[in-house]
Ligand binder design. Sequence first.
Ligand code: IMP
Length: 466
Amino acid sequence: MTDKGLGWLAGSLKKLLPPTGPFARLFLGTPKKREGATVPATIVVGTQWGDEGKGKFTDLIAKEMTMVVRYQGGHNAGHTLVVDGESFALQLVPSGVLYDHITPVIGNGVVVDPLVLIAEMDKLEAKGVDCSRLQVSGNAHVIFPYHQQLDRLMERHLGKNKLGTTKRGIGPAYADKASRVGLRVQDLLDEKIFRAKLDVVLHEKNPLFAKLYNKLGYEVDDLVDTYLGETLHRIKPHIADTIDTVHTALEGGQGILFEGAQATFLDLDHGTYPYVTSSNPTAGGACTGAGVGPRHINRVIGIAKAYITRVGAGPFPTELFDEVGDHLVDVGHEYGTNTGRRRRTGWFDAVMARHAVRLNSLSEYAVTKLDVLDDLGTIKMCVAYEIDGVRTEKLPYHQTDYHKAVPVYEEFPGWKTDLTAMTERSQLPSEAINYLAAMEEQCGVPINMVGVGPGRKQFLHFTATV
Ligand code: IMP
């Protein structure tokens, strides 16, 4: 057969054969290795309304990584890590900062208050933590005082309908980003651009403050003084092309952890809108907020508390208004890391957990704060909702229905045992194993790790049953 004939035959076979599989490979050669497919690129995502204890497992997993990347949110987040009895409260700086071998990265999807960032670095360095490796994306947007002022004024204006935001300026900063009048971290590097962009944005904001809220506006010169002097001097060494940093690491086969802030049901698209944050904490947000495609991600760990908490307003089907709710607040120290607000508490909701598996392509769950349930005689788990008398196992897409959802509970006997010193699955009482097994069965993905206290070492591996 001629070369031309051979080419034709190969071409025809290519069309007939499946693109992969051993038979195809015989004819077509080994498919090109997918870039990054073997690199442990892992996302850690909250699967409830935040404060699941993501920081604890992010910190644990970070140990095996060389980079931790924050991909959304801002200093509305608050992680507390307890290392050797010392407590570290992080807001903007990625958890991995506590390991010397890790490059902590603040990705393009984050909104950054430079003043808060500097204060946080100062606090960490005072405790002996080296922050010099921290990189901040030049594409991340900047939170200015006018964003925080707007956040406060809008909440006040909403009165009893307020969202219960953290008043950190998160929503207004993301709104400016979407309106294309936001300033990015890279704009700090060019005074001319910085001034020009502030002129544009204040042209609109100042009349709003004056006429609608009867408040003083902001001067470009003042903001230049605050942000381009000592602040820029401190931030400048950290400003980087983080897309290149992340991809160079991926190409070099290094492990990267993408650290989500807030959680699935606070997601702007998938949460209980409008009682949400203004970014995308769900796993897809890691791709846009860090600049990687989905094919790079090979593990998505969902973090869930063994019960649920929420701060701020919004629907919460399993919310507890009784002494059990108070008990969870007391034992679980359920007060905001940042704001000190008392968190609302409720039973674990498997309907939400299943939905979170779908939205995030979760490969597994890690459960935190199981020990908070230690003293309870009976533990409930919501396995379905009843809406207008009809049972559903799925999360209703219409929020009016969600507001009407009545939880259908399964009850489990409590273990009445202190779990906080346990390090092996075999040490767990059978009641605790049963509860975790039921969670696994309800969620449809394995639970691989279980937290039994705030310390770095207070966790155990839990063998999957699904
Ligand atoms: P924002 O993110 O400050 O705009 O607040 C919007 C909603 O998200 C409010 O209900 C906040 O309480 C909630 N929220 C924001 N950040 C966190 C967090 O880190 N943990 C829990 N809830 C949060």
